[in-house]
Design a protein around this ligand. Structure first.
Ligand code: SAM
Length: 239
């Protein structure tokens, strides 16, 4: 993969970036995502934020190689601190990390979210943590996508700030309000797999001498939710 040949996952994230956006890609590593959008003329300006020196050096190399120094700015910074006021960033992408970390980055960087009109988030795990953060900070989910690549199933969550209170049910937070509406074959596959993992975890907990009652109950509750959603889906003939 490189900026000229994005993975399906990053291409799907890129597709949610509005044309002409001023983008901050946080945790950019090689800066492939913003570089691809600039090369294709989708955007004119981007910041590529990285907290680790190695990936930051990768960004700089890629930017020099592609001669994008004037429009793609690498910044060594923690989370949204990579965004400066004068950048006038209106779109943020955060891809390829855990949902808890994405939520932590958003929480810590709220001062930098003022002019931002769209968040495109691609957690690798813990998607519910991202949706919870969005709900609690008045971001409305506008779109969601699930895709499989190289044996992994990824979710993309697109959200925009709203002045109205946002409420999602427990099921919507876990499965995604849009994904739940039209469950795909990939959705089935993901949640069948998750169901098996949870069932195995429950078996292990029950074998343990000191069964952690709260964790067990939480896992059993999750199993019940997954079964309900999978059964409903089959019942509706959505698969
Ligand atoms: N976004 C690219 C993608 O989706 O392919 C790269 C994903 S890579 C697995 C995650 C990157 O996030 C790493 O390069 C890591 O250094 C960076 N990262 C982790 N925490 C960060 C933070 N708080 N601020 C900025 N970057 C961070």
């Amino acid at each position: 993969m490189d900026a000229q040949h994005l993975s399906d996952r990053l291409a799907a994230v890129a597709a949610f970036v509005p044309k002409g956006a001023r983008l901050a890609d946080i945790g950019s590593d090689h800066a492939y995502l913003p570089a691809a959008l600039l090369i294709n003329g989708q955007i004119d300006f981007a910041v590529a934020g990285e907290v680790v020196k190695g990936p930051y050096e990768n960004e700089k190399k890629e930017i020099a190689k592609l001669n994008l120094q004037d429009s793609l700015i690498p910044r060594l910074a923690d989370g949204l601190a990579a965004i400066h006021d004068e950048d006038a960033i209106d779109t943020i992408t955060i891809a390829g990390m855990g949902g808890s970390l994405i939520a932590k980055i958003l929480e810590a960087g709220q001062d930098h979210l003022r002019g931002v009109k769209r968040l495109v988030l691609q957690p690798n795990v813990g998607e519910n943590r991202v949706r919870e953060w969005l709900m609690n900070h008045q971001y409305q989910i506008q779109a969601e996508q699930m895709l499989a690549e190289d044996g992994h199933i990824y979710e993309i969550i697109v959200a925009e700030p709203t002045t109205c209170p946002v409420r999602y049910s427990e099921k919507e937070l876990l499965f995604g309000p849009f994904l739940l509406e039209k469950p795909s074959a990939t959705f089935q596959e993901k949640w069948q797999g998750e169901l098996q993992r949870c069932q195995y975890a429950v078996q292990q907990m029950q074998k343990a001498t000191n069964t952690p009652a709260e964790r067990l109950a939480a896992m059993q509750h999750k199993i019940a939710l997954i079964q309900e959603v999978l059964e409903n889906d089959y019942g509706n003939g959505h698969h």
